[in-house]
Design a protein around this ligand. Structure first.
Ligand code: PGA
Length: 259
């Protein structure tokens, strides 16, 4: 049984005051009997990806370790002349557990390639963090019937660099056309892609590694559609943007994984 992961990608949102408010609600609500299993081994793992300066607050409000956190983007070297990058040694020092890599907004707006995304993910693993590698096709690619080809290409540098598997890895499948658009992929579309991804991983790393790999879905996840998405056998969690900004919505989605 793969443990579900419910992750919130805050992107370029929240002031210190807003982040503190969110975290105070989390702290209060996780003590509520209704949410007693969230962030424990009896329930889903909870993770937030705030902007880097907010990571210190996330550390202060880790809710007894029940609310994990990580970086939205990070570099593949620990230190040096790399202005504007984020070192994972700082994330680790704060007890962050996760490092997001290759989000489609990084690919679309900041020149991220599949090669650099994988370099970030692999370095996170080397640093003892868990990489969450984001992949996904655009609408034009889906309409041209190229979804599987694109996903294969996005994963190719990973399989090239890593021959035996990467137990720390999670993959987030986020179709670009579903991010922030209100268009969610149907459960049929999601399940088809997730089982394809698991097969692809099995082909390269063997069935055992494929069975253990968490594959999350992201793209316009809301309270309303979360339950159905989480019933797909190959959906091991959700990466949530907009709806993760509100603590109550984030908690409700997480509670929907307990079914
Ligand atoms: P969204 O974002 O839930 O706002 O569509 C998801 C993501 O980009 O991770």
């Amino acid at each position: 049984m793969r443990r579900k992961i419910i992750a919130g990608n805050w992107k370029l949102n929240k002031s210190f005051a807003e982040a503190r408010q969110f975290l105070e609600i989390m702290q209060r609500e996780l003590a509520n009997p209704e949410y007693k299993n969230l962030g424990t081994f009896a329930g889903p793992e909870l993770v937030i990806f705030p902007q880097a300066p907010l990571l210190t607050l996330a550390k202060d409000f880790s809710c007894g370790g029940r609310l994990g956190f990580g970086s939205q983007n990070s570099y593949w070297e620990e230190k040096g002349a790399f202005t504007g990058e984020l070192s994972l040694s700082l994330v680790k020092e704060l007890s962050g557990k996760w490092a997001l890599a290759g989000h489609s907004e990084r690919r679309q707006f900041f020149g991220e390639t599949s090669d650099t995304a994988v370099k970030r993910a692999l370095f996170a693993d080397r640093q003892g963090l868990r990489p969450m590698l984001c992949i996904g096709e655009t609408l034009a690619e889906r309409e041209a019937g190229q979804t599987e080809k694109v996903l294969k290409e996005q994963l190719a540098p990973l399989f090239k660099a890593e021959k035996a598997g990467l137990p720390s890895l999670a993959i987030a499948y986020e179709p670009v056309w579903a991010i922030g658009t209100g268009l969610t992929a149907t459960t049929g579309q999601v399940e088809a892609v997730h089982s394809f991804l698991r097969l692809e991983v099995a082909n390269h790393w063997g069935g055992d590694n494929a069975e253990c790999l968490p594959v999350l879905y992201g793209g316009s996840v809301k309270v309303e559609n979360s339950k159905e998405l989480l019933t797909c056998p190959n959906v091991d969690g959700l990466l949530i943007g907009g709806a993760s900004l509100e603590a109550k919505a984030f908690l409700t989605i997480a509670a929907n994984s307990l079914q």
